[in-house]
Design a protein around this ligand. Structure first.
Ligand code: ADP
Length: 264
C-alpha cells in the first residue's frame, strides 16, 4: 500500500513546484486490519454465548420454568455459558496485560519445579475425570528469571490443552530441562492431533481447528496465542509437532539469562 501526498514548494529562484511524496503504509494497513479483525472476533465470541443465554432465559420466562427438570437443565446451560464468558474475558485481560509494556514486575528468580507443582495441582482433577495419566519430570533445582505467573500460564495452557484434546485413558508427558543456557519445556499427548495444514495457525488468536468442539470443551481460542506472546517476550520460541489421531508435542524454548524484550 502506498500513500500519496502532495506538497507545494517554492524554489530559490521563486519558481513553484509540486512535490509528490510516496510513503509505504503496508505495515500500518496490516496493523489496522489485525485490529479490526480482532474487534470483530471478540464481538462474535461475546455475542454467541450471550445470544444463547438470552434464548434460554426467554424460554424459561415463557413457561419452561414450571417444569423443574427442564428449568434446571436450562439453568445449567446458562451457567456453562456464563463461565465461558468469564474465561474469555479473563483471557482477553491476560492478553492485554502481556501486551502492556508498562508492567511493573517482569522477572523474578523462579524455581521451576514449584511452579509446575502448583500448575499440576489445578489440572489434576480434570485429568482424573478422563482417566488421563500425567507424567511430569522437571530437572531438579532448575531456576530461571521469568515472571512467575506467566510461566504458570504457559504450563497451564499447554497441559490443559493436552488433557482437553486427549482421549479417555490417554497420557500426557511433561518435561522441563536445561540444555546449554536454554530451558526446554515439552508437553506431549496421546490426543486427537492437529492436521498438518492447521499447525501454523493454532497460535493465532481465536483460531481453533474445530470451533464447535473447542467451544463445547470450554475453549476460548486464546490459550496458545497467550503462550506464544509470553515466550516471545523472553526471546524464546514455541512450536508443535503433531500427527492426527496419534498426538501432539508442544516445545517451548526460553533462553535463561536473557532480559525480557519489551519493545518487540
Ligand atoms: P482453545 O481455547 O480452543 O483450546 P488454544 O489457543 O489453546 O484455544 O488452542 C487453539 C486450537 O489448537 C484448539 O482449539 C485446538 O483445535 C488446537 N489444539 C491446541 N492444543 C492441542 C492439542 N494438544 N492437541 C490437539 N489440538 C490442539
Amino acid at each position: 500500500f502506498l500513500k500519496v501526498s502532495k506538497k507545494k514548494i517554492t524554489y530559490e529562484d521563486d519558481k513553484e513546484g509540486v512535490l509528490f511524496i510516496l510513503s509505504d503504509v503496508t505495515f500500518l494497513k496490516k496493523l489496522e486490519r489485525i485490529r479490526s479483525d480482532f474487534v470483530a472476533n471478540v464481538s462474535h465470541e461475546l455475542k454467541t454465548p450471550l445470544t444463547s443465554i438470552k434464548g434460554f432465559v426467554e424460554t424459561l420466562k415463557d413457561g419452561a420454568i414450571d417444569d423443574k427438570d427442564i428449568a434446571i437443565k436450562f439453568l445449567n446451560i446458562v451457567e456453562v455459558e456464563v463461565e465461558r464468558l468469564v474465561r474469555l474475558i479473563n483471557d482477553l485481560l491476560y492478553l492485554s496485560e502481556i501486551e502492556n509494556v508498562a508492567m511493573p514486575i517482569l522477572e523474578e528468580k523462579v524455581v521451576i519445579e514449584e511452579v509446575m507443582t502448583e500448575s499440576i495441582e489445578l489440572l489434576k482433577i480434570k485429568a482424573e475425570k478422563k482417566n488421563i495419566q500425567l507424567d511430569v519430570k522437571v530437572q531438579e533445582g532448575l531456576e530461571m528469571n521469568i515472571y512467575r505467573d506467566w510461566l504458570k500460564q504457559i504450563f497451564i495452557n499447554l497441559i490443559d490443552n493436552a488433557i482437553v484434546y486427549n482421549k479417555e485413558n490417554g497420557k500426557v508427558w511433561v518435561t522441563v530441562e536445561k540444555s546449554d543456557s536454554i530451558v526446554v519445556i515439552k508437553v506431549k499427548d496421546t490426543g486427537i492431533g492437529i492436521p498438518e495444514r492447521e499447525i501454523e495457525r493454532v497460535f493465532e488468536r481465536f483460531y481453533r481447528v474445530d470451533k464447535g468442539r473447542s467451544r463445547k470443551l470450554g475453549g476460548t481460542g486464546l490459550g496458545l496465542s497467550i503462550v506464544k506472546h509470553i515466550v516471545e517476550l523472553y526471546g524464546g520460541k514455541v512450536w508443535v509437532e503433531s500427527q492426527e489421531g496419534i498426538g501432539s508435542e508442544f516445545t517451548v524454548t526460553i533462553p535463561i539469562g536473557k532480559k525480557a524484550d519489551l519493545h518487540q
